[in-house]
Design a protein around this ligand. Sequence first.
Ligand SMILES: Nc1nc2c(ncn2[C@@H]2O[C@H](COP(=O)(O)OP(=O)(O)OP(=O)(O)O)[C@@H](O)[C@H]2O)c(=O)[nH]1
Ligand SMILES: [Mg+2]
Length: 410
Amino acid sequence: MQSAPKSLRIQIAIFGRTNVGKSSFLNQIAGQDVSVVSDMPGVTTDLVEKQIELLPIGPVNFIDAPGLDDVSELGEKRIVRAKKALNRADIAALVLEAEVFTDTEKELIDTLKKKNIPFLFVINKTDIKKPSESFIKTLSVYTDIIIETSSINIEYREDSINKFKSALSKLIPSANGAQNLPLLGDLLPSGALVVLVTPIDLQAPKGRMIMPQVQAIRDALDNDDIVMVVKEKEYAAALAMLNKKPDLVVCDSQVVFKTAADTPNDVKMTTFSILFSRLKGDLIEEVRGVKTIDELKVGDKILIAEACSHHSLEDDIGKVKIPRWLRQYLGFDAQIDFCNGRDFPDNLSEYKLVIHCGACMITRQEKLSRMRVSQEAGVPITNYGMTISLTQGYLKRALSPFPAALEIVD
Ligand SMILES: Nc1nc2c(ncn2[C@@H]2O[C@H](COP(=O)(O)OP(=O)(O)OP(=O)(O)O)[C@@H](O)[C@H]2O)c(=O)[nH]1
Ligand SMILES: [Mg+2]
């Protein structure tokens, strides 16, 4: 669990005005000096992250944000940074001092509500001032999950951690990214046979498997399924060896053509990317998005968004292969922009379509927030796997386990 990837951790962001003790609170919960603390407002100037194991809750990633009311010269930039954390937070801790409730807190609460991010209040510095009953009442209008603490006082630590954990367990069920959604287990009865077709090409990391493959294996095992993993080259031979047909075949999008050709028609088949579309976002919305490819015209602009910032190889899927397959499918050159890592644009108005990667390295909350940006701009969004399946002529085949999605294609 120590090494749970960041994208599988519950993301807890700490917000509040400058100098209220956000970093001190993080340090108190983490039990170490993770974030710099000082009596000067505006000390935290960028997002500071700390991964810890909060048993029995599990692995979490804390994000300590700069103050939201920073009026210094660089304040505006810091506030922009802090707001980035709002796109990633599954849960927010709003730190404040007793008896101080300003427009900054109110605006933050409005945003959290709009984004459906559950939150708690942390009344800090209670060694200096304790909250009055009427102050607690004011806060209770928004949520009754309120912790009182003094972050610089080690005696409070145990108590704060316990109260914080209990607060989290109340908030997690309503957090977007924190539910334990199945990747494929729910598509099958337990004991089913799943075949994973995983090419080992230039892009495959040395000596290991990539996240979607590992997660699929784990999810199938959690569901008491039987998993077979083969490369596309050995796939047909593997099928021939079996004395029953698989219940589900999942392949890398890049070999959808070959896998579909080798898979009997009555066997359900999909791609890792399509499974991730469902896990990390909204499958139906992305099927609607992929359909708009057929409406693209010369001069239309497309954004291809990659969530991780890996160095792109010669035959990079996002940079090279998808543009090539799109060109072949459309019969003309589309105008394509690329974005990488966390630089997803706030303004998408110039685009006709966003094609997003499977989002295996970011959380569901962050992907959903990107989908929200697209929706607000009226720009359809889809993902790599669906685009590839469409351009290769296998979209319906790759959506065969999802009847609701098939209806939309028809
Ligand atoms: N008395 C008292 N002081 C505290 C407490 N928590 C934090 N402080 C002090 O308040 C000051 C600000 O603390 P930080 O943790 O840096 O506050 P912050 O909210 O992270 O501030 P910025 O990063 O600048 O927005 C420091 O001098 C801390 O020592 C507390 O519970 N009681
Ligand atoms: Mg700070």
